[in-house]
Structures are given as structure tokens and as C-alpha cells.
Design a binder for this molecule. Structure first.
Ligand code: NI
Length: 210
């Protein structure tokens, strides 16, 4: 289904690039629907999260293991998003500020679902708009596809509504991962910075007493 949808729409970038994408996509299982993935998260039906080996906004390789010992606050989106991404990234930044010194034990990560467009230099310009501690991550489309599968993130290309629109739909959950890298839970889109702090702070307190 998804492959056919992509075929119908195509990239603005050109038919040659698109053709490569279709061949690639054709070998992969169809993506699950947004509703199904939301259901999985809501009722905790399947494990969430998993290892990654990506490139950060400075071009440095980064893996999940680099952040052991810290909580990870992970958001999947793309830099051209004019919808929920900026709002939720502002909330993440606000939570970091409110946590003060405790925020040193939290690593916010922005992982692109548009790796073809969001190369490190693009991410670098973007993440600095939000917070100095925010790390942007990108990789090969296949890596991103696998990782979004592990995190039950839905994203799909759609018909752009305006020229500046990249036309990507995506779920906007923010994932909180423990110091051991394991999934703790998610924040729905639109969660305020204060609410995030309410949830994150006890995690840091408990862990620091161990
Ligand atoms: Ni977005």
C-alpha cells in the first residue's frame, strides 16, 4: 500500500531518485498504519525502542550506547515540518531548562524521518534553534526505517499542500528511555514542558539514590 502511495506521489527531486526509492521500498514489508502503531504504544502491546547507530548534526557517528547513564528523550520528526515538530521541540527545550542541573542527566535527541533531506548540516542549523543540548541524528533511509519500526513511529509521504511543504505525515510522540536505554514511556504530542518535568524529575531522583 505504502509503496503504491509513494509511486503515485513521487519526490519533487526527480524521477531518477524516486525510482531508486521505489525499488528500495518494494523490498520492504508494508508499513503499519498510524492507528495501529498508536494502539501498540497506548496499550504497551509490544517492546518499544532499540539500538541505533546514526550520524549526529556534526557528522559524528553516535549510537544509543553513547548515552547510557542518561535518560534519553527522543523525538522523531523532520526539519521542514511546520506542524507539530517545532512546538514539541520547544517543549522538550523548556523541560531541559526547567530541570536545571538535573538536565545534564537527560539527553534530548531529534531523529529525522526525512534522512534524504535532513543531512547533518541541515540538522545543525535546525537543532540550535531549540536547545544547545539537543542532538540531531540522521542516517541511511533503511536505518531510519528500521528504527522507526522499533519505536512504532508512523511516517509517510503525503501530497504537499504548499511549495515549502515536504509532505510528510508523522506521529509525534516523545519517548523517554531509561539510563539503561530501555523504554520507560511516551509523551503524547502537545505535552507541556511542565508535565514532562513532572514525569522526568522522579526518574532522575530515584536513579541518583541507587
Ligand atoms: Ni513534524
Amino acid at each position: 500500500m505504502r509503496t503504491r502511495l509513494l509511486l503515485a506521489i513521487g519526490f519533487a527531486g526527480g524521477i531518477a531518485a524516486a525510482a531508486g526509492g521505489w525499488l528500495f521500498a518494494a523490498q520492504e514489508p508494508p508499513q503499519r498504519s498510524a492507528a495501529e502503531l498508536m494502539d501498540v504504544l497506548m496499550w504497551n502491546r509490544e517492546p518499544v525502542g532499540g539500538p541505533f547507530a546514526l550520524i549526529d548534526h556534526n557528522g559524528t557517528p553516535r549510537s544509543d550506547a553513547d548515552f547510557r547513564g542518561k535518560l534519553m528523550l527522543i523525538y522523531f520528526g523532520f526539519t521542514y515540518c511546520s506542524d507539530v515538530c517545532p512546538t514539541d521541540l520547544q517543549s522538550i527545550a523548556g523541560a531541559m531548562d526547567r530541570l536545571g542541573l538535573m538536565s545534564e542527566s537527560v539527553q534530548p535527541l531529534f531523529i529525522t524521518v526525512d534522512p534524504e533531506k535532513d543531512r547533518p548540516e541541515q540538522l545543525k542549523e535546525y537543532v540550535k534553534l531549540f536547545h544547545p543540548r539537543l542532538i540531531g541524528l540522521t542516517g541511511e533511509p533503511r536505518q531510519i526505517r528500521d528504527l522507526t519500526g522499533a519505536y512504532k513511529v508512523y511516517y509517510a509521504k503525503t501530497e504537499p499542500t504548499k511549495p515549502t511543504d515536504r509532505g510528510i505525515d508523522h506521529t509525534g510522540y516523545m519517548y523517554l528511555m531509561g539510563r539503561d536505554g530501555k523504554y520507560l514511556g511516551f509523551f503524547p504530542p502537545g505535552t507541556s514542558a511542565d508535565r514532562m518535568v513532572e514525569i522526568i524529575r522522579p526518574q532522575l531522583t530515584v536513579l541518583s539514590q541507587r
